[in-house]
Write a protein that binds this ligand. Structure first.
Ligand SMILES: [Zn+2]
Length: 334
């Protein structure tokens, strides 16, 4: 693909967006996408709520949809937002969990406005070294870089870890200073996937039989904020796994026992702090699957994808709007 700057595509980086969000006590939604319906629902929700938005692409999404197609979809998202009446869309195209300098470079060269280099599984010094290499390249093109310290539990595409290790607050100053990264993903108890906690880690609501997850480590977040005042903090693995969607899926033939996420009031609390980017992926998958399963059960004669993808798209859009307005508070911030 021809070398392209994100600026030519009408995308923006995260710098100003994050500074405003930290000051304003809200967080920018970072929604993963790999299908056209997800992209449309994200753009519709962002335009209707007048919210900035980060559209992010994981390694799995690149494999599924093809990197070139995803890049053009993001370009299309900007034009679509304008068509829907948004004069100045604030859309970031972000690489989620970049695993090497080469992947980050190829994204920067093809029009991404933000990349994550996830070297959190490497020893501290090597994490710094690789992150710094990506930052040096990215900043030449005014692309912003997210780095990660600490390890999240759970499975997200090809990123997986059995255990979480909280970010060590005593490491963050050295890391941020030496790497020059623009934002930092931390581990304070969030987790990837739709099964964020085992039943053993939770308590169970006696009435409903539903799992109640353990609280996030807000004390660790507070310590980090003290060390790096005003520095943009990112939370991964922050789907809430809405139980009504899980119930719909299970009612119409699915099998997701004990799927559990991060309660929305915890995310709302986090959004008011220096946390200025909250990643949500599983909730979109659940919203889509619930609508499709219900549609198939109620219309066994349908076979046109448009018939079942329309309610799927509407359900995702409803979920995105809910997150923006009721959880992250990024509405009316354009
Ligand atoms: Zn993640």
């Amino acid at each position: 693909m021809k070398k392209t700057s994100y600026k030519e595509l009408g995308l923006v980086n995260t710098r100003k967006m994050f500074a405003k969000a930290v000051k304003g006590g809200y967080a920018i939604p970072a929604f993963n996408f790999n299908t056209m319906e997800q992209m449309q629902a994200i753009v519709q929700a962002a335009v209707e709520t007048k919210s900035p938005v980060i559209m992010q692409v994981s390694k799995g999404a690149r494999k599924y949809a093809n990197p070139t197609i995803l890049r053009y979809m993001a370009q299309g998202a900007v034009e679509y937002a304008k068509e829907l009446g948004c004069k100045k869309p604030q859309i970031v195209l972000h690489l989620d969990h970049g695993d090497s300098f080469e992947t980050c470079k190829s994204c920067i060269d093809s029009g991404f406005s933000s990349v994550m280099i996830d070297a959190s599984s490497l020893p501290f010094e090597e994490n710094i070294k690789l992150t710094k290499k990506v930052v040096n390249y990215a900043h030449k093109y005014d692309v912003t870089v997210e780095a990660e310290l600490g390890v999240l539990a759970g499975v997200e595409d090809e990123v997986s870890s059995a255990e979480s290790h909280y970010t060590k607050p005593e490491e963050v100053i050295e890391f941020a200073t030496k790497t020059g990264c623009d934002s930092l993903a931390i581990s304070i108890g969030t987790s990837h996937g739709a099964y964020k906690f085992t039943p053993e880690q939770c308590t169970r609501d006696e009435k409903t039989g539903k799992l109640i997850p353990p609280p996030l480590a807000f004390d660790v977040l507070k310590e980090i904020e003290k060390k790096l005042p005003g520095f943009p903090i990112v939370l991964h693995g922050s789907s809430s796994v809405p139980q009504d969607e899980v119930d719909t899926i299970n009612k119409f033939g699915g099998k997701l026992p004990d799927a559990v996420g991060i309660p929305e009031e915890q995310l709302r609390k986090a959004a008011k702090s220096a946390v200025c980017k909250i990643n949500i992926d599983s909730d979109s998958r659940l919203a889509m699957t619930a609508a499709i399963r219900q549609h198939f059960a109620e219309h066994p004669d349908h076979f046109d994808p448009r018939q079942y993808l329309t309610p799927a798209r509407d359900n995702m859009k409803k979920m995105y709007i809910h997150k923006i307005v009721k959880v992250l508070g990024s509405n009316d911030k354009l």
